[in-house]
Design a protein around this ligand. Structure first.
Ligand code: HEM
Length: 425
């Protein structure tokens, strides 16, 4: 099934149905995978360049988002991490000045809430009732207005990019480094319909739906795990310091990808946090576009939806020994067990036993970027800040909504500046 083409086993059909596409203006995704192609053909192959862009934004994003105080301060870390991730992701996706525009940032942060409110409400009713129920959903009208605002904010950017490549220019090569955003690539490579401003603006907002909450929630969950097991703070910080001592500040002597590759313990920690708290517990999800008979004779009728119980699978005794134990060096030990295991068991890699990022041809196309972002944010904030739970509080409880898993949004954490110097700068 891993190798079956999308014409036979579709991921996007499931996604648009999950999003109640008729009522959230997302049907256009069924005709176009431009958002997938840009991640697979531009972002991932040119990851070093885009991580340089992230590095340029991350210090300012953290300095203006996180409290710069030497006294312990109680904060909701989840919204703060969403803002940091929204800033650095927008720098890569749509560039400046939009990446620092509070209206844009709040829009892409709030959009998933409205989207899920519409979709999850409608999912509770039979399809024939959707039209009537949708009429009474305020979130549906908020979504429509968000698409309009996104169009207003992004139109001048798209105009500028069009001007740069207009008559008299050298075409697609003329844009400066900072304008070589993912939006620019999509405008160059998209067909007539895909490059219409309205559809392009909606696609940018949807890309943020896929990227911001998943990534920021991963960082928040890692911080909760660290606060619950504080002995690991010093281990991760020592690894960062050792890497900086040997390789200089991040990206100075060797590229950022190589620098981050040295953070093996941090990488293993991420794998363990994601095992216990993935944002999506059913993954991958596919719809059969035609009747299928598998090699073992299993017959799947056309239109059936198939999901894998990723969370239960990786947390079963058959796959993970003592799955109830938090053991952040599991994948580190596996990688060091034999020389040919060194490049396996890494965060962001897909495997039949680790479906956090889906599987096969249609696995998450943003996963390499996502893990690098998580690592870069951790380097920055672990060196700049101390964290702990407020007195008498512990790890927030996990919550579930259909196939989504997330920490209690009201959870608080204590933060204070460390001021010991940062190898990201
Ligand atoms: C920790 C962070 C993330 C997690 C856990 C995650 C997880 C997933 C999963 C499980 C899927 C479904 C894969 C499948 O069906 O096989 C997916 C799809 C997708 N992800 Fe991610 N993701 C993350 C971050 C990102 C980021 C940062 C981006 C963008 C830069 C991104 C863009 C996408 C897109 C566009 C799709 C849909 C692909 C399609 O149209 O089929 N994701 N992701």
């Amino acid at each position: 099934m891993r190798l079956m083409p999308a014409e036979k086993l579709s991921a996007v059909r499931v996604q648009v149905k999950n999003m109640a596409h008729k009522y959230t203006k997302t049907s256009f995704l069924m005709d176009s995978d431009l958002h997938f192609r840009v991640l697979q053909n531009k972002l991932t192959p040119e990851l070093p360049k885009y991580l340089d862009m992230v590095k340029k934004e991350i210090s300012n994003a953290c300095a203006t988002t996180l409290p710069q105080t030497d006294d312990w301060t109680e904060v909701g870390i989840q919204p703060l991490m969403r803002m940091v991730v929204a800033r650095i992701t927008s720098a890569v996706m749509v560039g400046y000045p939009v990446a620092r525009d509070p209206e844009w940032l709040n829009l892409i942060i709030d959009y998933p809430g409205d989207m899920l409110e519409v979709a999850y409400t409608l999912r509770r009713f039979p399809p024939w009732m959707h039209y009537f129920v949708a009429l009474f959903l305020p979130a549906r009208y908020r979504l429509a207005s968000k698409y309009k605002v996104a169009l207003r904010i992004l139109s001048p950017v798209m105009d500028k990019l069009a001007r740069l490549k207009g008559p008299g220019s050298d075409g697609i090569e003329t844009v400066a480094e900072e304008d070589d955003t993912l939006l620019n690539w999509m405008l160059d490579r998209g067909d007539e319909k895909e490059t219409q401003y309205e559809e392009m603006a909606a696609r940018q907002v949807l890309l943020s739906l896929a990227s911001i909450h998943t990534t920021s929630m991963t960082v928040s969950n890692i911080l909760y795990d660290l606060c619950e097991h504080p002995e690991w703070f010093s281990v991760l910080r020592a690894e960062i310091e050792a890497t900086a001592n040997e390789l200089g500040p991040m990206g100075s002597k060797v590229g950022i990808v190589q620098w981050l590759f040295r953070l093996e313990k941090m990488n293993s920690f991420i794998v363990e946090t994601q095992r216990l708290r993935p944002p999506i517990i059913l993954s991958p999800q596919r719809e059969a576009m035609e009747p299928l008979t598998l090699s073992d004779g299993t017959y799947i009728p056309k239109g059936s939806r198939i999901s894998w119980a990723a969370y239960n699978h990786i947390n079963s005794h058959a796959v993970t020994s003592n799955p109830e134990n938090f053991d952040p060096m599991r994948s580190y030990r596996k990688r060091h067990a034999a020389p040919d295991e060194r490049n396996k068991h890494l965060a962001g890699q897909t495997d039949v036993n680790n479906l956090t990022f889906g599987y096969g041809k249609l696995a998450c196309p943003g996963r390499a970027f996502a893990i690098s972002e998580v690592q870069m944010i951790l380097v920055k904030i672990l060196m700049d800040f101390d964290f702990k739970f407020p007195t008498g509080k512990g790890r927030p409880k996990d919550m579930f909504a259909d196939e989504q898993m997330f920490p209690d949004p009201s959870a608080m954490i204590m933060i204070r500046r460390r001021g010991k110097g940062n190898p990201i700068e």
